[in-house]
Design a binder for this molecule. Structure first.
Ligand SMILES: *Cc1c(COP(=O)(O)O)cnc(C)c1O
Length: 399
């Protein structure tokens, strides 16, 4: 980076992100094309409906969809998408939401898909005034359960594709869509973090919903793509409950640029750089006492591998969470992917690295492992305490 680091100006820690595209860490490195588009449009007046028409054409081309638009986030896309399925283009109904009186207001979703991506998926549905109807159990869902859950009041069926959801025992999307369509119910797919821009519509989704700021490297935004009538009904929510989820001109122009850049991106070169980072870390971790490292493909088939690092606290002299906390401290904080760390392992995601950062991460791994190894005590703080500390910190913000 040549420009001075704005984080120093703001008094923020210069973190290195090996956690993934996390909203709480600033999502992703916005691609230069999107940065330029955002900067170029900020000082101009535009007719937003026309800008969104341009976005629709680009989204339609990349997603093989009839139409699309940009909204504030994928979370917003879920809400306005479901709202559109409830109201259609009925403007008084749009202005009445979340009072859904007289509208179809039930939304089916597999119980195994009712996860939190930072907020509960189902809350984004309930914001419309719609009622969530869970289908099946946490780890299983069957055709007859979905068929039985759909009735004359069903407005939409929501399907989530994500590493967060239960990855087994669910109804495949194509079957889910076939069952919903047989009963005249549209299918919305939350594909916030999925690289595949076409597969979900091709598998039968009526709307596919993405984040602009994740794999695409766009500014904060969400993408709605799919059938024109439903896209329009979702778009019209901007005059209703969608207003509080407004995307600005910079979000729209930046998303258009990010999508165009995605088409041009040398995906093989990006993958090769990620593979080099993973290989360097594997090499750094090899033959260290109590350390097991392996590579794992992304659970939803995104073209991305992550390194899984498991620690045997007796051998490594430190638990996985204490190790992660040490990495996250110091002058070069490294933030790892720690959703399952109570099991004694964490992941390292190579998809958000600036040039040179992979080597810094390797150095930090070696430093901290050496330090633990050299000490005779086993660092093993209580995991429950760590969790409690995090909640206390969250609830005491901004202190
Ligand atoms: C990130 C994510 C969201 C939310 O996306 P935003 O664009 O950040 O609002 C929704 N669903 C899933 C599965 C996600 O991973």
């Amino acid at each position: 980076m040549t420009s001075p680091d704005i984080r120093a100006q703001l008094g923020l820690r210069p973190i290195i992100n090996v956690s993934g595209t996390m909203t709480a860490l600033g999502a992703s490195i916005v691609v230069p094309e999107a940065v330029a588009a955002v900067a170029a449009i900020l000082s101009q007046f535009v007719e937003i409906d026309d800008l969104q028409r341009k976005a629709s054409a680009v989204i339609a081309r990349l997603c093989a969809a009839e139409a699309g638009f940009v909204t504030a986030s994928c979370a917003a896309a879920i809400t306005v998408g479901v709202a559109g399925a409830m109201t259609g283009d009925n403007l008084p109904a749009i202005e009445r939401l979340p009072d859904a009186t007289g509208l179809k207001d039930e939304v089916v979703i597999l119980a195994g898909h009712m996860v939190s991506y930072g907020a509960p998926v189902e809350q984004g549905i309930r914001l419309t005034g719609g009622k969530v109807v869970p289908v099946g159990q946490a780890t299983s869902a069957r055709r007859y359960q979905l068929e039985g859950a759909i009735n004359a009041r069903t407005a939409a069926a929501v399907y989530v594709v994500s590493h967060h959801v239960v990855q087994y025992g669910m109804i495949p999307l194509a079957d889910f869509a076939e069952i919903a369509h047989a009963k005249g119910v549209p299918v919305l797919v939350d594909a916030a973090s999925e690289y595949d821009l076409r597969g979900f519509l091709a598998a039968g989704a009526d709307l596919a919903l993405y984040s602009s700021h994740k794999f695409l490297g766009g500014p904060t935004g969400g993408i709605v793509a799919g059938r024109k009538g439903l896209v329009r009904a979702a778009y019209l929510q901007n005059g209703g409950i969608g207003r509080g989820m407004k995307v600005g001109k910079e979000g729209i122009a930046g998303t258009i640029a990010a999508l165009q850049a995605w088409e041009q991106r040398d995906h093989a070169a990006v993958r090769a750089a990620e593979t080099r980072a993973l290989a360097l870390w594997m090499q750094t971790l090899a033959a260290r006492p109590g350390v097991t490292a392996s590579l794992e493909p992304d659970p939803t088939n995104n073209p991305l591998d992550r390194l899984r690092l498991t620690l045997d606290p007796q051998e490594a002299h430190i638990t996985a969470w204490d190790f992660a906390d040490r990495l996250a401290n110091g002058t070069t904080p490294v933030i790892v992917r720690d959703h399952e760390i109570e099991h004694g392992f964490f992941y390292m995601d190579p998809c958000n690295l600036h040039p040179g950062e992979a080597a810094v991460v390797a150095q930090r791994l070696a430093e901290e492992l050496d330090r633990s190894q050299a000490s005779n005590e086993v660092v093993a703080s209580s995991f429950g305490e760590r969790r409690a500390r995090r909640y206390r910190r969250m609830r005491s913000w901004p202190d």
